[in-house]
Design a protein around this ligand. Structure first.
Ligand code: PLP
Length: 400
């Protein structure tokens, strides 16, 4: 694998451009953010402060992460999903962020250059790069706005072949801000029974951020046996507004976790001791109350965006978001797009650059998510600023 084939995370590049514009005095509305615009829970901050007094917080943690915290994350997972998991068969590994957990999961699963990992597009841009890093092949299934970006099981069935090692399911989803409903999860569980060797990486990092019922459900809730070949990924970045603390985890069968521990021990060692110890003393059940105000704010931003789209007679382009904090915009449906001669080519980077220069609104081009002529916007700005940004964006989108 040539290192030059791996793309840098695009949001970092856009942020450089935003900084340059801001330095030149331009007002910029940054709708590219992959994090909440809130401080973490006060209790978590107190727990961190307390840990500063102890020597063990400054020393190596076990390669798998601290046992008390692994147990705490496992119990949280079991009680939220209402399932039983035996310590004899399953285990948990804590890592420096769930991106690292994903790396370990794919590293443990991909063994040969012919091994394929299936992604649903639009997908989080790190997935294909991580698969490439570990020498695997990416296969894609598309999903579409008219269907709220829910992939058809039939389309998944059509890409899964003898070399398919795993599929990544990200519900609630980045970049589209929806989660797959119960009937989809039931059908997916039945589909998995047809493919007994297929692993599922269930990236559940946004699972606590659901702002419209019904709440997310998962395929293994309908058939617990599927947990034997599921790697559940989660972490504190989104649910505790703590992207910078870098704590993620994976729950999977013991053999897979052991392979992940071996990789982690050589690539990074165990994650941050201080933050792990703070989390051991933090009440994870307080997350629900902590997220109340945050979810209200995301819900209000989603309504602001929907109203703007509907008031501009573009309601056919709207799908109802309900979880996470993103909306995925299909540019091809808007008036301005007529000046681009062919929708077959991808203009998303040029368009996002022009939008940023003309309106000061920063979006992430759809190309990063494997989707042409589109963009992701984050609903994490404070509501008044978000409305200003949406109004400016609409003027651009509705231009002939
Ligand atoms: N998975 C998805 C779908 C994400 O959007 C992100 C971050 O944006 C991550 C995983 C990684 O989160 P972290 O490494 O901060 O835990």
């Amino acid at each position: 694998m040539k290192k030059s084939n791996i793309k840098e995370s695009v949001t970092l590049k856009i942020n450089e451009k935003i900084n340059t514009l801001r330095e030149s005095g331009k007002k910029v509305y940054n709708l590219t953010s992959g994090q909440l615009n809130f401080r973490p829970p006060v209790d978590l901050i107190r727990c961190i402060e307390k840990e500063l007094n102890f020597l063990k917080s400054f020393q190596y943690s076990p390669n798998k992460g601290f046992k008390e915290l692994r147990r705490k994350f496992s119990n949280d997972f079991k009680s939220k999903r209402n399932i039983t998991l035996s310590q004899a068969t399953h285990s948990c590994i804590i890592s420096s962020g769930s991106k690292f957990s994903l790396n370990l999961a794919i590293g443990a699963l991909v063994q040969k250059a012919s091994d394929e990992v299936v992604l649903v597009a639009p997908y989080w841009g790190s997935y294909p790069e991580i698969v490439k890093i570990w020498g695997g092949k990416v296969k894609c299934v598309n999903s579409f706005a008219f269907n709220s970006y829910i992939p058809k099981i039939e389309d998944i069935r059509n890409v899964v072949g003898p070399n398919t090692r795993a599929i990544i399911i990200n519900s609630p989803n980045n970049p589209v801000g929806i989660h797959y409903d119960q009937s989809w999860m039931k059908e997916f569980a039945l589909f998995l029974k047809e493919h007994p060797n297929l692993y599922v990486i269930s990236d559940e990092i946004y699972s606590d951020l659901c702002y419209y019922d019904p709440k997310p459900s998962y395929f293994y809730e309908f058939d617990n046996e599927l947990l034997e070949r599921t790697i559940v990924i989660n972490g504190i970045s989104k649910s505790l507004a703590s992207t910078g603390l870098r704590i993620g985890y994976a729950i999977a069968n013991k053999d897979i976790v052991q392979d992940m521990v071996s990789l982690q021990s050589q690539l990074a060692s165990g994650p941050n001791s201080l933050i792990q110890n703070a989390l051991i003393n933090f009440d994870l059940t307080s997350t629900t109350d902590f997220l109340d105000t945050i979810k209200k704010s995301i819900r209000n931003c989603s309504s602001i965006l929907r109203d703007a789209i509907v008031n501009n007679n573009m309601s056919h382009t709207w799908y109802q978001t309900g979880s996470g904090f993103y909306y995925f915009m299909d540019f091809t449906k808007f008036r301005f797009f007529s000046k681009y001669e062919s929708s077959k080519k991808d203009y998303s980077e040029e368009i996002c650059e022009e939008i940023l220069e003309q309106t000061g609104v920063a979006l992430v081009p759809g190309s990063y998510f494997g989707m042409a002529n589109s963009a992701r916007l984050s609903m994490t700005l404070e509501e008044a600023s978000f409305k200003e940004a949406v109004d400016l964006l609409m003027v651009y989108l509705m231009d002939k």
